[in-house]
Design a protein around this ligand. Structure first.
Ligand code: BG6
Length: 454
């Protein structure tokens, strides 16, 4: 951990992301690593007094139980700057007040982020400045490429932190330990032993007033194109020799380059649906199409499923089913590995009750290995037994891990430019099939488990 004070300048400091995720994440980081020195600056268009800003920061740090003397030091050093970020002179004046090293966090809508980056190119940022930005990185392959070109005109790739908060989730990072730090799983992590993989993130949450963003994104862009494909990359990548950022990110990009819709047929490989009114966990949820801010004609999907394959030697022929949706009856946030049957089960034993499976629950974290064995009762009857372990709570919020990495200048937990482009390359044919009306928009009642037959 460097002892140099890094300035974290949050652009869009009065917004939802800052309040809900960045400041609480920072709180857990400072609670776990109280020796860090960080100067938190906020900037936005709205009027906010220094006292109000400092109270915001103080509340978040108190909520995270940061030791008081640490919290007071950070609060006392924290400043708010009313700035129209699209006004060049105001942006220049803001930059002049920052220290070095500087991390600029874009807590802004993507379109505004791009415009600010154009101004930053003209103004030039201090050497060593890091840029942190949120998904979506563009809204197509072409716009992702254009965004990358623009970012590179401001800072080099190693200073660009494309944030996917799933990369700060310890149960997802655990895929690296699970795969590469024990003798058992590594040799069987291939198509020879694994029949199919499901990566699922079913949420009970509905729209939550996010129509302005979500109705333009939908489940495919919001979850599959970003988070679930990133999980897939960790799941499927080749073995790294070290945890160096460039090595891990290179291996993830290599895995993503192999991904194609199942059967190279985006129409057959994908499904989409939208929820209608229903009840989720005892609460009435209105029809998605009637929510304020939603344009039903846009046909935004709130549940998406995409089956992909990896055209490489390790994974040839294995379907990876990626699914995520909102307003479902039950939460299911997990990776399920279904193993192939053994080459031969001794004749005379009863048939295995089901395939062996490894279930990695992402939230709360646990790992369970379901194995066929002749465990109890009739010794010639096979049963499925579970070897299970709870994964303890992570030490800090995902945004805490990610902010720590940004302050350290370590891009390991972020998405490299070529990865961001691959993520779009994978889903573009799916969007094309959807736009062409080749995949019907199905319906499911909120609180159900999705359309029948999925
Ligand atoms: C966000 C999506 O990136 O991830 C949300 O925009 C989603 O729609 C969320 O609910 C899920 O992540 P988590 O960590 O809140 O479960």
């Amino acid at each position: 951990m460097p002892d140099q004070t890094t300035t974290l300048l949050i652009l869009g400091a009065s917004g939802d992301l800052t309040r809900r995720l960045l400041l609480p994440g920072l709180g857990t980081l400072l609670r776990e690593e109280p020796g860090r020195t960080v100067r938190v600056m906020g900037a936005d268009r709205v009027e906010l007094s220094q006292e109000d800003w400092q109270a915001k920061v103080r509340d978040s740090l108190a909520e995270a139980e940061v030791p008081q003397e640490v919290a007071e030091r950070v609060v006392a050093d924290s400043t708010y700057h009313r700035t129209d970020l699209l006004e060049k002179d105001q942006l220049r004046a803001l930059l002049e007040q920052t220290g070095s090293p500087l991390a600029l966090y874009f807590a802004l809508p993507p379109a505004v982020t791009v415009k600010v980056c154009v101004l930053l190119e003209e103004l030039r940022v201090p050497e060593g400045t890091r840029l942190a930005l949120e998904k979506p990185f563009g809204d197509s392959l072409e716009s992702a490429q254009e965004l990358n070109r623009q970012l590179l005109r401001v800072v080099p790739e190693g200073s660009i932190f494309r944030i996917d908060h799933f990369l700060g989730v310890s149960t997802i990072l655990n895929l690296i330990g699970l795969r590469f730090a024990n003798r058992l799983l590594q040799p069987i992590w291939t198509a020879e032993h694994i029949e199919r993989v499901e990566i699922c993130y079913d949420e009970t949450l509905a729209l939550e007033g996010r129509a302005g963003y979500y109705d333009h994104a939908g489940a495919l862009m919001d979850m599959i194109q970003s988070h679930l494909l990133e999980i897939l990359a960790f799941f499927a990548m080749e073995a790294p020799a070290t945890m160096q950022p460039e090595e891990i990110r290179g291996l993830k990009a290599q895995a993503l380059r192999a991904v194609q819709p199942w059967g190279h047929d985006p129409t057959a490989a994908s499904r989409r649906a939208r929820y209608t009114a229903g009840e989720v966990e005892g609460t009435q949820v209105p029809d998605y199409a009637s929510e304020e801010g939603v344009d039903p004609e846009r046909e935004t999907e709130t549940l998406a499923q995409l089956t992909v394959q990896l055209d490489n030697a390790r994974w040839s022929g294995v379907p990876f089913v990626l699914r995520s949706g909102k307003a479902l009856g039950d939460k299911a946030k997990r990776v399920v590995v279904v193993f192939r049957e053994p080459a031969h089960t001794p004749t005379g034993l009863s048939p295995a009750p089901g395939p062996d499976r490894l279930v990695l629950e992402l939230k709360p974290g646990s790992v369970a290995l379901e194995l066929s064995m002749n465990a109890e009762g009739d010794p010639f009857d096979l049963e499925q037994k579970e070897l299970a372990a709870e994964l303890g709570k992570s030490r800090m919020l995902p945004y805490g891990e990610i902010l720590g990495a940004i302050l350290d200048g370590n891009p390991l937990l972020t998405i490299r430019g070529d990865e961001a482009e691959e993520l779009w390359r994978i889903v573009e044919p799916v969007y094309a099939a959807w736009r062409a009306g080749e995949v019907p928009l199905e319906e499911y009642a909120a609180g159900s488990d999705g359309p029948g037959g999925w």
